[in-house]
Design a protein around this ligand. Structure first.
Ligand SMILES: [Zn+2]
Length: 363
């Protein structure tokens, strides 16, 4: 199986059987297993990557099925990272997969990256992308940035300078191969009300395939080839006019960049963070404890059973509270994860969500 399933890939110049071995020894962090994360992971697993670590906090929703290529109807309600891993393992049983059903937050980010050779971006917000960028610079790892919304998508394979690298790694970015980091290109996150999201603007499924294809094409070549000629470019694709536009970013490194030039890792060090967040496309509030708060879900189910209907599922406890009504007048739904994270469904009001959380789970 090992010899011939990769035959068409080993035929490629610069890959061959040695490149295939290099891929097999490589490990990638896939941050976010939504549309982009699914598609990038699918490519990497079929290509014969050795190890993938998948992290995602969310559950599969019916509206994900339009574009998130690893999920089927039966997966609705399951944690995305777990459903994706089941599918990926069926595609290639040789790949080692480990999953984390959690938010990628500062307190866990450095642990997530240990042993990884590269980062694949499957995220939907800039706050967490800056966290990936900090990891990329601090650990000296390439960062396959990607984003898609509406009819447009963007991708760039970022290899920041190793100047501030604080960790030993196996695959080195050389100073002469270094370019800008994400913060050189986007110094501050755009304000939320000015940023279109998949919730407000929708997204065309095939745009995802284009962006994820660019991310995966760079990752596979970088990890498999002894030498590569991947340019420092930002590629934009607009499906409305079927055009790609490329921006040369080799010289876009900013001398005042707080991350890759000054070595400040603000996103990684911000451990207080905002504890209440909305989730793109979902009518719910996520409440995040400052530190993981291990929760005994079986005990909690017993306690809550007098106040509503709760069902224990792998990784979580989910149900409704009979005495709390949401904005539609329906019983409020809650999903509680074993690390203490809580989804309060049916609302976008963070303070009400906190109040309900405090009332039923003791804050
Ligand atoms: Zn920078």
């Amino acid at each position: 199986m090992t010899v011939h399933r990769y035959h068409r890939q080993t035929l490629l110049e610069g890959i061959g059987t040695k490149g295939q071995e290099r891929l097999r020894s490589a490990s990638v962090l896939v941050a976010g297993v939504g549309a982009l994360g699914c598609a990038v992971a699918d490519h990497l697993v079929r290509a014969g990557i050795g190890h993938l670590r998948l992290i995602d906090r969310d559950l599969v929703e019916p509206t994900n099925l339009q574009r998130q290529c690893l999920f089927a109807e039966d997966d609705v309600g399951s944690p995305k990272a777990a459903a994706a891993a089941t599918r990926l393992q069926a595609i290639n049983r040789e790949v080692k997969l480990d999953i984390v059903v959690d938010d990628l937050r500062p307190t866990v980010a450095s642990d997530m990256i240990v042993g990884c050779d590269a980062i694949a971006d499957g995220l939907d917000n800039f706050a967490t992308r800056f966290l990936l960028n900090d990891l990329s610079v601090k650990f000296g790892l390439p960062y396959a940035y990607g984003g898609a919304v509406g009819f447009e998508g963007t991708a760039a394979f970022l290899r920041p300078s190793p100047l501030h690298r604080q960790h030993l790694i196996t695959r080195e970015i050389l100073e002469e191969d270094a370019g800008p980091c994400l913060r050189c290109l986007v110094p501050e996150a755009p304000p939320a009300h000015l940023t279109p999201t998949c919730d407000t603007a929708g997204v065309l499924g095939p745009v995802i395939a284009v962006v994820a294809g660019l991310q995966a094409a760079a990752l596979i070549q970088y990890l498999a080839r002894e030498t590569h000629h991947l340019p420092h470019v930002l590629t934009r694709f607009d499906a409305r006019v079927m055009r790609m536009h490329q921006l040369d970013i080799r010289e876009s490194r900013r001398e005042d960049c707080s991350t890759c030039c000054e070595g400040q890792f603000d996103a990684l060090e911000n451990t207080n963070g905002n504890q209440a967040t909305t989730i793109c496309g979902r009518n719910l509030i996520q409440l995040l404890p400052p530190e993981p708060r291990p929760t005994d879900l079986d005990a909690l189910r017993l306690r809550l059973s007098a106040h509503g209907t709760f069902e224990r599922q792998p990784f979580l406890l989910r149900g409704t509270l009979k005495n709390e009504l949401d904005e539609e007048g329906e019983p409020v739904g809650m999903t509680i994860f074993s690390d203490g994270r809580v989804f309060v469904h049916g609302m976008l009001d963070a303070s009400r969500a906190r109040a309900i959380n405090n009332r039923w789970l003791g804050g």
